[in-house]
Design a protein around this ligand. Structure first.
Ligand code: PLP
Length: 378
């Protein structure tokens, strides 16, 4: 029987159109984009076309998009260079951030004269923006606020507009890890009060190991890594030409089909949630209500029992791929810092279902059947 993949917050499969596009480029484009001969110029054109495409989709300027190896590098770059080169000595963030922000800020917090403040979060992992406002109002220290747009474990959505306006009003820089929402929600970066945000190709049916960072004109102007002058001196190293072009195509397809992808994903998610609550009234839903949640994520937990112990593994055996925590630690059975921060009891078993537009209602029903089997319910 065909496997059911419900771990799209961890990664998505490549769109077949992206595979075809990248395969053709791999055969055709051979030069180093920094070379001045014809082969080099061809590779350079591929990158600049991709940059223009990404900038157009987000209503940003071409000079504000820098390609990187993904979300982790992009967030490291922003936070570390803001500290090193912009004199930022105070960071405000949330304990439910992805490790690429959390661990970076924990490291920066050990630097001299540097303070990192963590906002309180609600039961779904959403940070308290009133507390943010209070903290920003009471200090003149140059501050950078880093808050993710959608939590990768619970799906909790941040009101980006409101968070950005608060930061602007108090002169703080605002960075958002938008890795989970890029390609799933529209962005108008000319209008949105945000200084830096990040994208990762493999979350929207593009290639792995390729992402980008948006940096509002001139906010940061020094690279994290030293080396060549690629990406207008902001990101050294020969560019991932095929990945960059594949990412841009994947993002373009994501926005072109946004509405149909969104409605199919929402329908399957809503169906699974309804059936879960009917069949398993004992579950706790950790994701917020649909208006405040990423439509691709549904996180629930089951009370402790010998049958919930190996739930993720049992579903895998039944041909269903889900995650027991965040993607980054899935497979390790290491506790999730997000579920801990939102106060989930340690002995409950959480399952994160994360959907795509390719999932179906019939698949959701098969998940319920497999869960009923796992719990041996009559
Ligand atoms: N930020 C979030 C919210 C994520 O979910 C992930 C990936 O799991 C990342 C950042 C890291 O992105 P990448 O895998 O491109 O380094």
């Amino acid at each position: 029987m065909k496997r059911i993949y419900l771990d799209h917050a961890a990664t998505t499969p490549l769109d077949p159109e992206v595979i075809a596009h990248m395969s053709a480029l791999m055969a055709e484009v051979t030069g180093n984009p920094s070379s001045i001969h014809a082969e080099g110029r061809r590779a350079r054109t591929v990158i600049e076309e991709a940059r223009a495409r990404v900038a157009r989709l987000l209503n940003a300027s071409i000079g504000e998009i820098f390609f990187t190896s993904g979300g982790t590098e992009s967030s490291n770059m922003v936070l570390k260079t803001a500290h090193r080169d912009r004199g930022i000595r105070r960071f405000i963030s949330s304990p439910t951030e992805h490790h690429c922000v959390l661990h970076t800020l924990q490291r920066l917090g050990r630097e001299p004269d540097t303070e990192v403040l963590w906002l309180q979060t609600d039961a779904h992992g959403s940070p308290d923006l009133s507390q943010l406002e209070t903290l920003l109002a009471h200090s003149p220290t140059p501050t950078l606020v880093s808050l993710m747009h959608a939590n990768n474990e619970t799906g909790a959505l941040l009101d980006l507009e409101r968070a950005g306006r608060i930061c602007r009003a108090h002169g703080a820089l605002f960075h958002s890890d938008t890795v989970q929402t890029m390609g799933y929600f529209p962005f108008d970066l000319e209008a949105l009060p945000i200084d830096m945000m990040t994208g990762s190709g493999h979350k929207f049916y593009g290639p792995k190991g390729c992402g980008f960072v948006y940096i509002r004109g001139g906010t940061l102007d020094q690279p994290l890594m030293d080396g060549g002058s690629q990406e207008r001196n902001m990101r050294a190293g020969t560019e991932n030409v095929y990945g960059i072009s594949g990412l841009a195509l994947a993002l373009s397809l994501a926005y072109e089909h946004l509405e149909s992808r969104q409605s199919q994903t929402r329908a399957v998610r809503a169906h699974l949630l309804q059936r879960l609550t009917e069949e398993f009234p004992e579950i706790t839903v950790h994701s917020p209500s649909p208006d405040h949640c990423h439509y691709k994520v549904l996180n629930v937990s089951f009370p402790p029992s010998p049958r919930s112990e190996f739930l993720v593994m049992n579903l895998d055996i039944s041909g269903i791929s889900v995650s027991g925590g965040s993607a980054c630690s899935s497979g390790t059975e290491k506790g999730s810092h997000v579920l801990e921060a939102i106060g989930m009891e340690a002995d409950r078993k959480a399952v994160r279902f994360s959907f795509s537009h390719k999932n179906t209602i019939a698949e959701a029903d098969r998940v319920i059947d497999a869960l009923i089997k796992a719990f041996k319910k009559d």
